[in-house]
Design a binder for this molecule. Structure first.
Ligand code: MRU
Length: 326
């Protein structure tokens, strides 16, 4: 299966997630400006995929500015700043920058190693999470609810929350998946539904506002989501709408499980209060599918993420075990 993001000779190749599910196309990004535009407009998105974009971005810059370390470091800063919330982006940039003194070929080799590792660790974290879910909910066909897209499109290849779906399905323990549509950019309706359909997994799409009542009506065995940044104390930033899901799950005693690679843990931030939440353009809310739906000059609050406090989370599952450790 094609990677969400990869190196293609002298450029970065991505699946253009803005065009899905209607059109499946790839884009070649051969300048840093093109990469930054792709990140900001969510052509490439999802925390682990952004880590890969950061690392490959440094490799591209090192190729363009061969031998000019200052120019590469300036590009690296611009890439890391392209979106603020997912810590993986700056982590990927830093990982690749460490190879800069060794020349552009080794920067690229380091970035490619990160891509391989991403798939490996997400498989491991999601397998561990699937076992946890089965222990908690019982070895029977389960009904999972997920938010946003934490599948192969959000990573290099496998997925985190949807990785749990792939494992449960292979083990014969999946009934179906509830996929939140995920307003306002519809990553659930456009991307998660596309991935589930492609894999032949039964799913039901629901408005975000219907999720709490689905949980209250006992239609959901477990909520499984990804993460964009995990603070040292286990508070989790993820796509806006995750926190209300955690509240509903806690109220109805439904397990709420976060699956993420360790690269999403930010030990520098003690708790969720320190996580910078990206604010997105007003047009994402005042328009729907390109048509204006709100009055002219409507004031808008459009945070792309929210923070779920650690106390509402049943488990944060990483490739290394349950976070926080010990
Ligand atoms: O704005 P996006 O689409 O980049 O937000 C993505 C999410 O919130 C995902 O849930 C998160 O990155 C985890 S992806 C494995």
């Amino acid at each position: 299966m094609r990677r969400t993001i990869n190196w293609a000779g002298d450029a970065i190749e991505i699946i253009d997630q803005r065009a899905l599910p209607g059109v499946y196309r790839t884009l070649r990004l051969s300048t840093i400006d093109e990469l930054i535009d792709a990140i900001r407009t969510l052509a490439v998105r999802g925390a682990p995929a952004l880590g890969a974009a950061g690392a490959l971005g440094v490799a591209l810059s090192a190729l363009i500015h061969d031998g000019d370390e200052n120019a590469v470091r300036a590009d690296a800063k611009r890439i890391a700043d392209a979106r603020p919330t997912a810590v993986n982006l700056s982590w990927g940039v830093r990982r690749a920058l460490a190879f800069l003194p060794d020349g552009h070929e080794l920067v690229l080799a380091g970035a490619m190693a990160l891509l391989d590792e991403d798939e490996r660790v997400n498989r491991k974290a999601s397998e561990r999470a699937a076992e946890f879910v089965l222990d908690r909910c019982g070895r029977r066909p389960l009904r999972l609810l997920t938010h946003c897209n934490a599948g192969r499109l959000a990573t290099v290849g496998w997925g985190t929350a949807l990785g749990v779906v792939w494992h449960l399905r292979a083990a014969g323990h999946l009934d179906h998946v509830f996929a939140d549509e995920t307003r306002p950019l519809l990553q659930g309706a456009r991307l998660t539904a596309w991935e589930l359909a492609e894999a032949g997994v039964p799913y039901r799409l629901l408005p975000d506002s219907a999720a709490a009542s689905a949980i209250a009506r006992d239609l959901v065995d477990c909520v499984v989501v990804g993460a964009d940044r995990i603070a040292a104390n286990g508070d989790v930033a993820n796509k806006v709408g995750t926190y209300p899901l955690a509240l509903a799950a806690a109220r109805h005693r439904v397990p709420f499980v976060v699956v993420a690679p360790m690269s999403t843990v930010d030990p520098e931030i003690p708790d969720g209060g320190g996580i910078v939440i990206e604010e997105r353009p007003a047009g994402e809310v005042t328009e729907f599918a390109g048509h204006r739906v709100a009055p002219a000059n409507a004031a808008v609050f459009n945070p792309a993420f929210d923070v779920t406090p650690a106390e509402l989370i049943t488990a944060i599952v990483t490739e290394e075990g349950f976070y926080p450790f010990g």
